[in-house]
Design a protein. Sequence first.
Length: 439
Amino acid sequence: MKISVIGTGYVGLVTGTCLAETGNEVICVDIDEQKVQKMRDGEVPIYEPHLDVLFERNIKANRLRFTTSLKEGLDHGDIIFLALPTPEDEDGSADLSYVLGVSDEIGKIISEYKVIVDKSTVPVGTAEKVHSAIALNAKCDFDVVSNPEFLREGFAVDDFLKPERIVVGSSSDRATELIKKLYKPFVRSGNPIIIMDEKSAELTKYAANSFLATKITFMNEIANYCEKVGADVDMVRRGMGTDSRIGKRFLFPGIGYGGSCFPKDVKALHKSGKDDNYDFKILESVIEVNQSQKVVLIPKIVDYFSGDLKGKTFAIWGLAFKPETDDIREAPALNIIDSLLSKGASIKAFDPEAMDNVARKYGDKITFSKSMYEVLDKADALIICTEWSIFRTPDFDRIKNDLTNDVIFDGRNLYDLTDIEKEEITYFSIGRKDIKTIK
Ligand SMILES: NC(=O)c1ccc[n+]([C@@H]2O[C@H](COP(=O)([O-])OP(=O)(O)OC[C@H]3O[C@@H](n4cnc5c(N)ncnc54)[C@H](O)[C@@H]3O)[C@@H](O)[C@H]2O)c1
Ligand SMILES: O=c1ccn([C@@H]2O[C@H](COP(=O)(O)OP(=O)(O)O[C@H]3O[C@H](CO)[C@@H](O)[C@H](O)[C@H]3O)[C@@H](O)[C@H]2O)c(=O)[nH]1
């Protein structure tokens, strides 16, 4: 089939590449000329595991092309995916200007039947708005389908190729049949394509993300309470998670959820509720708790250094909002950095993929190191913000040698307390007892 994807970010580029992989002819459109040039030169503009192999293979096979011309994209595709940003607006709502702006252009350009598929995360009622924006100028038939995307960064290719479910909101049989045909190769394992109305599809996405964010936040509160009463959140997590009604996943406490989705989506659903005279009390608490969770390590750090961080240097392991991505949007590491800088401390940081993005944001306010050990040199303490695999089994002797104080503040509970006790390191984590080594 002939497919066009408008917007080549994490969702658009993965969608375009994976659809090319199943034999479709795909054109990806992006407004960013530099990005398009990079992709034409064969370079994947984001870090996403396994994407490079598929990207190269499909470009070589002439099934994947890139352009800045919306017209070229629209002329080519029978199905047009919108994978455009829906960032947080000032009032917490989803900014629909990208989606509706492009929809307006689509109406002016298309001259034969197209299915416009919204893959962006959008509030209930957006499919109608997209339809109206296109209809304003369109001189041909078209359908609008809501098809929210559930991929996770870091696992995006796998999630797209083997989705647990595909949600399609459509009220047109013609469009539904085309979409079902397109997705057939991806549901061979028996996972369903769930067809519903557009509004329910739009809400499914927000409900899923808000539920997961709530699950994490609940565990973060349990972790905070564990610290008050001397319980161990790792034990509580294992005890709870084995109940299949609860499930083992998304129960890991830490320094809050970040990323380009959970924070903005929880806020957008909360704001949509408000606009529709519904008060999502639970989401208001989730937003509030997550904000304070992001800096939950700070009082522990301040306390350890007797209230004064001026002149202290902190080594940070992990900047990305989670492992296996270079994405730093809403990353808790940034809240920690901001707080430490404001208290007069210096920061040295290491992340396997996200340092360039952080450097663009902070300039020379912080320094970066080429390796996880180099960053420790003469630092007063180590702070772990992202659970990259390489941090899981470190050389503790090197850590002790290089740090001025043998102290780790771990925002991701990477180490067993018994192992840490043997290493004679002072260790603060989330929802577990502090290990204090006196030398
Ligand atoms: N990132 C994720 O993991 C993820 C997963 C599921 C859903 N989503 C949702 O998908 C949507 C896209 O997210 P993303 O992370 O891929 O965004 P992104 O910011 O990574 O990419 C968006 C792309 O759209 C391009 N763009 C902006 N305006 C354009 C225009 N007028 N014409 C063509 N291209 C234009 C940008 O240059 C950019 O390359 C959002 O609604 C997001 O909430 C994201
Ligand atoms: O037990 C857990 C699991 C996750 N997180 C944090 O939650 C955030 C989000 O993690 P994850 O869901 O793995 O990453 P995303 O790539 O943001 O994916 C989410 O957001 C996407 C965009 O909407 C959706 O498509 C995905 O289904 C949804 O999982 C990160 O900061 C994680 O550190 C925890 O703190 N504890």
